[in-house]
Every structure is written in structure tokens, then in C-alpha cells.
Design a protein around this ligand. Structure first.
Ligand SMILES: Cc1ncc(COP(=O)(O)O)c(C=O)c1O
Length: 759
């Protein structure tokens, strides 16, 4: 079993004096020997500054760094140092390294090794940043090894947050478990070969930390008490909330908890039509009466911001739900939103994709918990697992209390008592402790060095943006490459990456700017730099189809076959996320694969060689990749599928029943599964029983209870075109929630059907 103890946190020695026969060499080696053999400490070495900076950049498990102040290796490292973008006026290598470490980690112990006579050469600013100075050859190796070990122990004691630390401690006690879960620390798996395989794969730590709720040392999630309650309070502080609740079943459940806690049957609510399906379920379980905020679309089909001027100010709403940010990275100025939603009582921001916003200044004012002076209860629900590091399904609800004069001092306590009933309706009485620990650790990571980490990620995303723009710009007039949907200034070679990563203004979606294609009248949204929407030849943001086209579905299928999985595919664009797990290597591979696609396209490679899985469709035989792209492009252009998709989402159909009434019909089994083409043929309006959400772009085009019109219904029309598209291009079936497909008929065609409320 891998143990987490002091040997897990190595000491890095940065010195060029480990080789040779002089006294310092022997003395240093004696310290190292003692650390390894007597103190059980792991030791690493860097002989040059550049190597040390690489290690520090790539490893966060250092326990202490010992830096030789007298290191000589400067000349040939000049370029590397420049790369670190540090001030070069100071001639000491150690100073540069100390500054670099402190920029990344304020608490990691740094000890300077120096000759006695050079102490006066160490500037005060360096002395302020280090944790101690060791004079070479003055103290015994044993004593110094002990001091270094103590530094590791003291520091690493602060690294783990409290809940996780106690969990590790508990697991390390090797107790005999006499409680659930039935595998009892993993032992139960060893009774059969498949269980043994499971045990070997996941390892003992995972299984031994899967504990029963009957471990009082760890507190209670359902009561928010003990160390679990402390962890939630810690997250509240770090994420800027008054209270935070850990949810172990995703933002899907978090949204439902929030709504059930505030909304009563028949309450009028205001919901972003670009909402996740969990909001539909939230409306069902609360019997809410929804009005919708409709997001704009550009001509590429990318979903933009809600146009708040269309909201009826004469109505009063109990609660709103706004998706922030959208899939494509459009995020709202939440102060602006607050002012536009004056007729809403309670604000809910669904920030499933945006938990990191608090940790980088570029997102200032653009996330729910930043709404200051709010006189309304405000919720933000976040999938901590999506873009931070929690385990899958681990999410948080953040709450900000209203801020009015005379607020009772026990408001928070009372709020918790009431809110917790809804919380418990959606919670298990057997929570997974490692998920709780992952939420707490995700919080600690953001507290310790969230800003540095996100700055790296944002800068790397901008680097990729610039690289792709540069390749595209350097194409000859009759040549092509993929592009990125982004402000034109990002490609400007005179605009430095650091500046772009710092200044929100570059990313604002401003009225009149051509690049975004949204008819915004105010500046109230920005594009998130880390959401990378790639564009393909074929359709411009102004909505003009080009002669030559490469539909994105073909490119993303190609990338998937090469091990690059995209987040979302639209007709002529696709989305990738830069995140904590993105590396420069991944980015380089992506660009290389895009070049590879272009080469196969230009060289008229056979489609079936590029996509062997399509070989079983006779209609693709003999086609080249280029012909296939053109066939699909011609089809999309001829039927103007992008425009049909936009029309389908832009208008709300007549609301014949509430979502809850439609759901009750389902419970009563008063629904039929009917083919969409039959609805059209029968020429009679019907009512849908369930939500229909086509991907792309993942927006509901029909909610349960809304009418499907037999004539001129843009939603029905679009879905029927999607059906025909799938029959025309086998192998390109995409996900549509709420639609089932029939078995293929004798010609291999499939037809869409959905659940309709019986007459
Ligand atoms: C806007 C939005 N809200 C909520 C969710 C649900 O989040 P989870 O997967 O954590 O349940 C998603 C998931 O994709 C989402 O996109």
C-alpha cells in the first residue's frame, strides 16, 4: 500500500558542488546520506538552475528546497533564465530561483547554503523570502539533516487539509472494520478472482478509505458537523460564499436541491432556455411555472448571452436560473445581471463549468459569488469535478445571503435548518468519504496556488490560440487551415500573452465587434480564454456558406480516432477545454493531428482508410476524405441545417402543460411513443411528454408539456432534417435526449420517435 508520510515529500538540493573532492562535497554528501538513511527522507538533486526550475514547475511534492547561494552555473543558462521571465539585473542565480519558487508557492521551505563570508552578500529581499541559512562546513551533517527533516515535517503537516488528513490518519491506523461497506476495507474483494482483480486495480488506499458513515472522527455530511462541516466552511471561505454545501451527485442534484429548497408549486420562475436538463427536473419536482430567457445565437450556431431586454418587467419571479458560463465560454458580468433581474427574488447561477472563476482576476465580476451588496439570496452551483480536481460527481452549492438592514444574526443558522431538509431529500445516508476529501483538497489547491495554476492554464490556452491563428494567417490565399472563434486582437503578434492573460478587456464581447456575431447592445459578457472553439472552413460567422466545407463532425471523429476527445461538436466548430490536466505536449499533439488531417484531405486519402469503421457502409466505397467532406458540406448547405437549428431554438413553443403536468402523464402511463414523421403526416398538434435536447448544441428545443405543431413547427422540421441527415450519412448519429430511434427498415433507414401525451 502506498503510504503518505514524510518520505513522500522529497528534499531538492540545488548545488553544483556534489562532485569533486573538496570538503564541501563530502560534507554535502554526508548530509544527504543521513537524510536518506537516518531520517527516511527522499532526496533529489539539481545541478543547474534550469533543471531546478523545471523540477519546481512540474512537481508539487517538494518538502523543502536547499539552494546553494554560491552556484556558478550562470553563463550557458542565460536563455533558460530569460524563459523564466524573471528580472535579470541581479547576478545571483539563487536569487532568481528563490523568487521563482516564491511566485509559485508561498510556504514551501527554502534553505540557503552559503559560505560564512558570503552572508553579507545576500540581499535582504532574499533573506525575507527564505526560511533559513545554513553555513557550509560549520555544523555537523547529522545536526543539519535533522533540521532539514524537521522543516519537511513541519511544512507537510500544513499541506493536507483537515478532513483529508484525518482520513489518511484513520486509514493508517489499520483498524479492523466491523461495519459497512461490506468489502470492509477491501478484504471482501479477495474472496473471488473478479474481486481480486478489482482490488489489484484500485489498490488498497482507495478501498481502505471507503468507510462507513459510522466513523465519528470524520464528522457528518448530512448534519454538516465535525471535520466534514469544517471542510464545507473552509470551501465557503475560499469560494467567497456565506455557506457551502458539498453534493456528491453532481450539479444535476445540486440544482434540484436549490430549487426544492425555495420554490413552491405554481411559483413563477425565470429559466435560461440554455439550461441543463437538471433544471427541467428541478421544475418538475417543484411544480414550478417557467418563463424562459432566450439566449442569442450567432450564425455559426454558437450560443451567446441572454437578451435581458426581452424579460417582462411587469412580472415578478420567485427564482431565476442562468447558465454561467455557457458551454462555449460566454460568461456574464454578474453585477449587470443582478441589475437586470430586479424583478426576481432569488438568483441562481448554474456554474457547473465555472468553479475556477474565483481564482483568476481575468474573471473579475463574472461569477455568482462575486455579486456584492446583493439584497437577494444568491446561489451558485458548481461541478467541482468538471474543471477543478474533485472526483466525478463531486459538486458544491455556494450560498450568499441577502444583505439588508436588520438582518437577524441567526439568519444563517435558520437558513441551514430549512435548506438542509431539501439537501437531505437528495442525499444518501452512506456518503463516499473520498469524494468529500476530493472537494476539500480541490479547495485547498485553489487556496494555496489557484491563481498561479490558472494563470499557467490561461497562458497556455492563449499560446495555443496564437499558434493556430498564426498558422491560419500564414496560409496562402487559396490555402486553408482551422481557425479559432476569438477576438481578432488575440492573433496580434505585438500583443504579449502575459498581457492578454491579465486584461479582461481583450475578452469582452462588445457591441459592434464583428468576430463574435452576436447582436449585443451592451458589454456584459466575456469569452473565457480557456474554452477553445475551433472553426472549420465552410461557414462564416456572418452566416455565409463557402464553396468548400469541412464539417466539424468529420474532424472530431478523426481526432477521436487519434485519442483526442473533444468536448462538443457543432456543424462547423468544435470545442476543446484547456484545464488543470492540459499539458503543452497535448497541445502540440493536437496541432500535429490537425496538420495530419489537412494532409490526408489534400492528398485525397480514401475515406475508408482514414475511418476504417465506415468501410461497412457501401455508399462510402471509393470516396476520398475530401469528397466526403464536400458531400456533407453540400448537404448541410443545401438544407441550411444551421439556420434550421437556430430557428428551432429561438422561439418557445406554446406551453400547453407545465413540466410537472407532463411528467404526471408519464407516471400515469398516458403517453405514446410516436414517430415524428407521423405527427407531421397526421396534421394534428400534439404535446410532448419529455424534454428534447439535440447535441449539438445541447439546448432543449422542447420541454415536457410544450406543443409540437403539425404545421410550420421549426422544432419538428429541424428534428426531421436531423433524421434525414443521419440516414444520408450513416456513422454520424449524434445524441438527442428525448428521442429514440426505430430499428432500421429494409433500406437501413431509422426514424425518430418521442413520447407524446395521449389525447
Ligand atoms: C450547465 C450545466 N449544469 C449542470 C450540469 C450537471 O452537472 P453534473 O454532471 O455535475 O451533474 C451540467 C453538465 O454537463 C451542465 O452543463
Amino acid at each position: 500500500m502506498a503510504k503518505l508520510d514524510k518520505s513522500s515529500w522529497p528534499v531538492l538540493f540545488v548545488s553544483d558542488q556534489f562532485e569533486g573532492h573538496h570538503g564541501v562535497t563530502e560534507w554535502l554528501n554526508a548530509i544527504v546520506k543521513n537524510l536518506k538513511e537516518q531520517q527516511d527522507i527522499t532526496v533529489l538533486f539539481s545541478y543547474t538552475l534550469s533543471d531546478a526550475s523545471e523540477v519546481i514547475h512540474s512537481r508539487e511534492d517538494m518538502g523543502t528546497i536547499v539552494i546553494d547561494w554560491d552556484m556558478q552555473a550562470f553563463g550557458h543558462e542565460h536563455e533558460k533564465i530569460r524563459h523564466l521571465k524573471l528580472q535579470l539585473q541581479d547576478k545571483s542565480i539563487a536569487t532568481l530561483l528563490v523568487k521563482y519558487i516564491r511566485k509559485r508557492n508561498k510556504n514551501l521551505p527554502i534553505l540557503l547554503l552559503t559560505e560564512r563570508r558570503s552572508i553579507e552578500l545576500i540581499p535582504d529581499e532574499v533573506l525575507k523570502m527564505v526560511n533559513g541559512v545554513i553555513w557550509k562546513l560549520t555544523e555537523t551533517p547529522e545536526f543539519l539533516a535533522g533540521r532539514i527533516e524537521e522543516s519537511v515535517v513541519q511544512y507537510t503537516d500544513t499541506v493536507l487539509p483537515a478532513f483529508f488528513k484525518e482520513l489518511v490518519h484513520y486509514v493508517n491506523l489499520y483498524k479492523y472494520a466491523w461495519h459497512t461497506p461490506g468489502h470492509m476495507g477491501g478484504e471482501g474483494f479477495l474472496r473471488s478472482p473478479s474481486g481480486t482483480g478489482f482490488h489489484k486495480f484500485f489498490g488498497e488506499n482507495v478501498l481502505r478509505s471507503d468507510l462507513s458513515i459510522s466513523v465519528p472522527e470524520l464528522g457528518s455530511l448530512l448534519d454538516h458537523s465535525g471535520l466534514t462541516g469544517d471542510a464545507e466552511n473552509f470551501s465557503a471561505q475560499v469560494f467567497g460564499a456565506d455557506q457551502t454545501y458539498y453534493v456528491l451527485n453532481g450539479t444535476s442534484t445540486a440544482n434540484q436541491i436549490v430549487w426544492r429548497s425555495q420554490v413552491l408549486p405554481d411559483d413563477l420562475t425565470l429559466v435560461d432556455r440554455n439550461c441543463h436538463k437538471s433544471l427541467n427536473y428541478a421544475m418538475i419536482i417543484t411544480s414550478a411555472r417557467p418563463d424562459y430567457m432566450i439566449p442569442m445565437r450567432n450564425k455559426l450556431g454558437i450560443i451567446g448571452p441572454v437578451d435581458f431586454s426581452k424579460i417582462d418587467q411587469n412580472k415578478s419571479y420567485k427564482m431565476s436560473a442562468l447558465t454561467n458560463s455557457t458551454y462555449d465560454g460566454v460568461c456574464y458580468d454578474t453585477v449587470y445581471v443582478k441589475n437586470k433581474l430586479k424583478n426576481v427574488n432569488i438568483l441562481h447561477f448554474d456554474e457547473a463549468w465555472f468553479a475556477y472563476a474565483k481564482f483568476h482576476p481575468i474573471y473579475r465580476n463574472h461569477f455568482g459569488m462575486e455579486v456584492e451588496d446583493v439584497n437577494k439570496l444568491t446561489f451558485s452551483t458548481q461541478s467541482t469535478h468538471k474543471l477543478l480536481t474533485a472526483f466525478s460527481q463531486a459538486a458544491m452549492i455556494h450560498v450568499k445571503f441577502p444583505d439588508w438592514d436588520g438582518m437577524p444574526s441567526d439568519y444563517g443558522e435558520k437558513f441551514r435548518d430549512c435548506f438542509n431538509e431539501s439537501y437531505m431529500m437528495h442525499g444518501s445516508t452512506s456518503p463516499q468519504y473520498s469524494m468529500i476529501a476530493s472537494l476539500e483538497v480541490a479547495t485547498k489547491m485553489m487556496k494555496d496556488n489557484g491563481t498561479t495554476a490558472w494563470n499557467d492554464i490561461i497562458k497556455e490556452a492563449i499560446e495555443l490560440r496564437k499558434k493556430v491563428a498564426d498558422i491560419k494567417q500564414s496560409c496562402k490565399p487559396d490555402d486553408w487551415f482551422f481557425g479559432l472563434w476569438q477576438p481578432e486582437c488575440i492573433a496580434d503578434p505585438d500583443l504579449d500573452i502575459k498581457e492578454l492573460a491579465k486584461n479582461q478587456d481583450f475578452w469582452l464581447i462588445k457591441p459592434g465587434d464583428a468576430w463574435h456575431g452576436f447582436a449585443v447592445k451592451d458589454t456584459y459578457v466575456m469569452l473565457d480564454p480557456i474554452k477553445l472553439t475551433f472553426t472549420c472552413p465552410g461557414l462564416t460567422v456572418q452566416g455565409n456558406y463557402e464553396q468548400k466545407g469541412i464539417p466539424a463532425a468529420i474532424v472530431t471523429n478523426f481526432l477521436i480516432n487519434r485519442g483526442i476527445v473533444c468536448e462538443k461538436t457543432d456543424y462547423y466548430s468544435w470545442l476543446l477545454l484547456n484545464s488543470l490536466g492540459t499539458s503543452r505536449g497535448k497541445q502540440g499533439t493536437l496541432v500535429a493531428e490537425l496538420f495530419k488531417f489537412k494532409e490526408l484531405y489534400e492528398n485525397e486519402a480514401l475515406l475508408t482508410e482514414v475511418f476504417p469503421s465506415l468501410a461497412k457502409c457501401p455508399k462510402y466505397n471509393g470516396k476520398t476524405l475530401k469528397e466526403h467532406c464536400q458531400d456533407m458540406h453540400d448537404y448541410i448547405r443545401e438544407h441550411d441545417l444551421v439556420d434550421k437549428m437556430i430557428n428551432a431554438a429561438n422561439q418557445i413553443p406554446p406551453q400547453s402543460k407545465l413540466p410537472v403536468q407532463a411528467y404526471h402523464k408519464l407516471v400515469e402511463k398516458k403517453v405514446d411513443s410516436i414517430q415524428l414523421r407521423d405527427i407531421q403526416k397526421a396534421g394534428k398538434n400534439r404535446i410532448g411528454a419529455v424534454m428534447i435536447v439535440p447535441y449539438p448544441p445541447g439546448i432543449p428545443i422542447l420541454m415536457g408539456g410544450e406543443a409540437i405543431l403539425a404545421e410550420g413547427d421549426p422544432r419538428l422540421k429541424y428534428l426531421l432534417y436531423r433524421q434525414d441527415f443521419e440516414n444520408e450519412f450513416p456513422g454520424y448519429t449524434s445524441d438527442i435526449h428525448g428521442i429514440e430511434r426505430t430499428k432500421p427498415d429494409k433500406d437501413g433507414n431509422v426514424y425518430f420517435e418521442t413520447l407524446i401525451i395521449k389525447e
